[in-house]
Design a protein around this ligand. Structure first.
Ligand SMILES: NC(=O)c1ccc[n+]([C@@H]2O[C@H](COP(=O)([O-])OP(=O)(O)OC[C@H]3O[C@@H](n4cnc5c(N)ncnc54)[C@H](O)[C@@H]3O)[C@@H](O)[C@H]2O)c1
Ligand SMILES: O=C(O)[C@H](O)COP(=O)(O)O
Length: 644
C-alpha cells in the first residue's frame, strides 16, 4: 500500500531530460530477453532482470505455476478478509493443530452435537449460553465466528464490539431478523444461515397447530388434567373442505400447503414473489392479499419479518377477514399486531389462534394473548425436532467453517452468491482487479478527490456469461484501502464505495478472442482527477491502467496511452523517458547498486526516439535516495513508485 506522505513529497516531481545518450549495450548484463514490436504503442521490449545478480536466472514456469496455485487458494479468502485478517491469512487445515492459531467460535445457543463436533475439529469452540448483551459484547472481540439461533440479538453494538475480528455470523436456522444485517455488511462480517434443514419441522409444527387448534387438543388436555371431563365444551371444527390461506409460499409455506391438501383442505396462497407455476404444481392458487384474507377459514403465516410484513395483521386487516377465522403463526411474532389480535379474539372476529412465535420471546407471563382461552401457544418450537436440529447444526457448522477458510457459503445472506466454478475461474482476475484498483488510486495526485471510476472488461464472452461482482468488489477494495482506514471485502465493498461517494460504473466490451478466458483485459479509468504521473492520463483525459492475466499471473499491460507488459508482483516503478539508448541500463544500475531486485521490466513507446514508458517491477521498496537518483537520470522526465 502506498505511503501517501512519501508518495506526495518524493514521487510527484517531474524530471526533465538533460539528454545524455548511453549505449544500449551497457544494459546487456541485465537483459535476459528482448522483443521488438512494429506497433508503436505495443511493448517494444520485455526484460526479465536481476539487478543483484546477473546469473540468477528467473524460472518463469515454476514461479507462474506456484503463483497460479497461490492465487486459486487465496481468491475467496482475500475477497472475504476483514479488518483483523487483513494482514493475516484465512484459517486452513494447517491451523488446526495449535490452540493459538485455531479460530475461536462462540456458540451462544444450543446446537446439535454433530455440528459442534465439526466445529471442534476446526476451531476452539466456546459454548456460552444465556449471555447478557453486555457479556456478548465483551466476549465477541476475541471471536472469529459466532453461531446463534433466534434467541441472540446480534445488534450493531455487538458487531462493532467485535472490532473487526469477527468474520462470520452463522444463524443456525432460517430467520435472520435477530441479526443487524446492515451493520454486519458495514463492518464486512459475513452472515450465513441454515435455510433448509428445519423446513419440514416447521411445516409439521404448523400442521400440528392447525389440527390441535381445530380440535381444542391443548385446552381439552388441560381440562382433563384439572380433573374435568368436558366433552360438550370442546367440540371442534373439521379441516376437510375448509379454505386454508398460506401467507408466504416459500419453503415452509409450500410444505404446509402440500400437507394441508392431504388433509382435504382447499389451499390458496399469497406471496408477491413466488412463481405461480410452483404453486400450481402442487395444486395451489396464488391470489391477492385481499382475496386471501377475505375468503380463508384458516390463515397460516409463513413470511419473513421485514419492514413490509411488520404488523401486517392488524385491526384493519383483521376487520377484512371472515368472521370466526382461525390463525396460525409459526413465522415471526412481529408480523401480527398482538394487541389487535387480542381485540379480534375478544370480539369473536378471530375464533382461535395458534402461536409458536411472539414479538417478545419469551412473552411476559401475564400476556393476554398467551393467557387467552381461545389461543394455544408453544415456545418457538417450530424447528425443534431432533432431526431438524442435527441437520441445522451440520448445515451451519459447514457454512461457518467454510467462511473461516475463506470460502463463500452457498447460504451467504449479505454477500453476492458466486458459484464455486466461477470463483475458481476468476481467481487470477480477482488479484488483477485489486492490483489495478491499487495502482489507479496511487496515480491520482494528492488533493484530487476520486468520485468516478469506470471499469471496462474486455471479453469474448456474452455479457450475461460473466459475473463481475467479485471483480468490482476487488477493484473497490484496491481503490479505497490505500487512501482510507476502511477495510473492504466482498461483503462491504459496494456499501463503502457508496458511503464514500465513489461511483463505480462498469462497461462490457465483447471482443473477438478466445472465450476460454472469462476476461481478456480489465481497464480501470479514473475521471476528473489530476495524476502525479502525467503519462498515466489517457487521450480521453482519464487515468487509465489496464491489465491482463497471462499464464495465470496478473500483468499490467497499459498505462495511459502506453502499452507495457509487466508482471504485477512486488512493487512497481513507472518512468517516462525520452526514448534513447542507455536509460534502461542506468536505472538498472542504480537499482542494482542499492541491492533492489528487479523482477520484470518492460518498455512501451508511442513514437520511436520520442516518448517511452518503462515499467520496472521491484521486489523491495527502494530507499528514497535510490528513487531520487533515478530522477536524476538524463532522459527521465517523470517517474512514480507504486506499491502493489
Ligand atoms: N417457528 C419456527 O421455529 C420456524 C422455523 C422455520 C422457519 N420459521 C420462519 O418461517 C418463515 C418462513 O421460512 P421459510 O424457510 O419458508 O422462508 P422462505 O424464504 O423460503 O419463504 C418466505 C416466503 O415469504 C415470501 N414473502 C416475503 N414477503 C412477503 C409478503 N409481504 N407477503 C407474502 N409473502 C411474502 C417470500 O417471497 C418467500 O417465498 C421465516 O420467517 C422463518 O424465520 C420459523
Ligand atoms: O427461523 C428459524 O429457523 C426458526 O425460527 C427457528 O429458530 P430457532 O433456531 O431459534 O429454533
Amino acid at each position: 500500500m502506498a505511503n501517501s506522505c512519501s508518495a506526495k513529497s518524493i514521487f510527484s516531481p517531474s524530471f526533465t531530460s538533460k539528454s545524455q545518450p548511453t549505449s544500449r549495450s551497457s544494459n546487456s548484463s541485465q537483459l535476459l530477453s528482448f522483443l521488438h514490436s512494429t506497433n508503436p504503442t505495443r511493448p517494444i521490449a520485455t526484460f526479465k532482470l536481476s539487478s543483484s545478480s546477473s546469473s540468477s536466472q528467473y524460472n518463469c514456469d515454476q514461479k507462474q505455476s506456484l503463483s497460479r496455485r497461490r492465487l486459486a487458494a487465496n481468491v475467496i479468502s482475500s475477497a472475504l478478509k476483514t479488518a483483523e485478517s487483513r494482514e493475516t491469512k484465512s484459517f486452513t487445515e494447517d491451523d488446526v493443530g495449535s490452540d493459538q492459531t485455531r479460530p475461536t467460535i462462540l456458540v451462544s445457543e444450543k446446537l446439535g452435537e454433530a455440528g459442534l463436533q465439526l466445529l471442534r475439529s476446526f476451531g476452539n469452540v466456546d459454548c456460552s449460553y444465556d449471555l447478557s448483551p453486555e457479556q456478548l459484547c465483551e466476549k465477541i472481540s476475541s471471536c472469529d465466528a459466532l453461531i446463534v439461533r433466534s434467541g441472540t440479538k446480534v445488534t450493531r453494538q455487538v458487531l462493532e464490539a467485535a472490532k473487526g475480528r469477527l468474520k462470520v455470523v452463522g444463524r443456525a436456522g432460517v430467520g435472520i431478523d435477530n441479526v443487524d444485517l446492515q451493520a454486519a455488511t458495514e463492518v464486512g462480517c459475513l452472515v450465513v444461515n441454515a435455510p433448509t434443514a428445519n423446513t419440514v419441522a416447521a411445516a409439521e409444527h404448523g400442521i400440528a397447530l392447525i389440527a390441535a387448534m381445530a380440535r381444542n387438543v391443548a385446552q381439552a388436555d388441560a381440562s382433563m388434567k384439572a380433573g374435568k371431563w368436558q366433552r360438550n365444551k370442546y367440540v371442534g371444527v373439521s379441516m376437510v373442505g375448509k379454505t386454508l390461506a398460506v401467507m408466504g409460499f416459500g419453503k415452509v409455506g409450500s410444505e404446509v400447503a402440500r400437507r394441508a391438501k392431504g388433509l382435504g383442505m382447499n389451499v390458496i396462497a399469497h406471496d408477491p414473489y413466488a412463481p405461480a407455476d410452483r404453486a400450481r404444481a402442487i395444486g395451489v392458487e396464488l391470489v391477492s392479499f385481499d382475496q386471501v384474507i377475505s375468503t380463508a377459514d384458516f390463515i397460516s403465516l409463513h413470511m419473513p419479518l421485514t419492514p413490509t410484513t411488520n404488523k401486517i395483521f392488524n385491526d384493519e386487516t383483521f376487520g377484512r377477514m371472515k368472521n370466526g377465522v382461525r390463525i396460525v403463526n409459526v413465522a415471526r411474532g412481529g408480523v401480527i399486531d398482538e394487541e389487535a389480535l387480542v381485540r379480534a379474539l375478544d370480539s369473536g372476529k378471530v375464533a382461535q389462534a395458534a402461536l409458536d412465535v411472539f414479538t417478545q420471546e419469551p412473552p411476559p407471563t401475564d400476556s393476554k394473548l398467551v393467557q387467552h382461552e381461545n389461543v394455544i401457544v408453544t415456545p418457538h418450537l417450530g424447528a425443534s425436532t431432533k432431526e431438524a436440529q442435527e441437520g441445522v447444526a451440520i448445515e451451519i457448522a459447514e457454512a461457518v467453517v467454510g467462511a473461516l477458510k475463506g470460502e463463500l457459503s452457498a447460504t451467504a445472506v449479505n454477500a453476492p452468491m458466486v458459484p464455486q466454478e466461477v470463483l475458481t475461474e476468476l481467481a487470477p482476475y480477482v488479484v488483477l482487479a485489486e492490483k489495478l484498483g491499487r495502482l489507479a488510486v496511487q496515480l491520482v495526485a494528492g488533493g484530487s478527490g476520486i468520485k468516478s471510476v469506470k471499469v471496462v472488461y474486455r471479453s469474448a464472452r456474452d455479457p450475461d456469461d460473466l459475473d463481475t461482482r467479485l471483480l468490482r468488489a476487488m477493484i473497490t477494495k484496491g481503490i479505497i484501502e490505500p487512501i482510507s482506514d476502511s477495510y473492504i471485502n466482498l461483503v462491504n465493498a459496494d456499501f463503502t464505495a457508496k458511503e464514500k461517494g465513489l461511483r463505480i460504473s462498469e462497461e462490457r466490451v465483447v471482443i473477438d478472442t478466445s472465450p476460454d478466458m472469462p476476461v481478456h483485459s480489465i481497464q480501470v479509468l479514473v475521471s476528473n482527477v489530476d495524476s502525479k504521473f502525467a503519462s498515466a492520463i489517457s487521450e480521453n483525459g482519464e487515468i487509465s491502467v489496464e491489465g491482463r492475466v497471462k499464464y495465470g499471473v496478473p500483468h499490467l499491460t497499459g498505462v495511459g496511452s502506453f502499452e507495457v507488459d509487466v508482471s504485477l508482483e512486488g512493487n512497481l516503478i513507472l518512468c517516462r523517458q525520452i526514448d534513447q539508448p542507455g536509460v534502461i541500463g542506468k536505472v538498472g544500475n542504480i537499482l542494482g547498486e542499492a541491492n533492489t531486485n528487479v523482477s520484470f521490466m518492460s518498455v512501451g513507446r508511442t513514437v520511436r526516439r520520442n516518448k517511452a514508458i518503462m515499467a520496472i517491477g521491484v521486489d523491495e521498496e527502494p530507499e528514497k535516495e535510490t528513487l531520487r537518483k533515478i530522477g536524476t537520470v538524463p532522459a527521465i522526465e517523470e517517474f512514480v513508485f507504486l506499491k502493489l
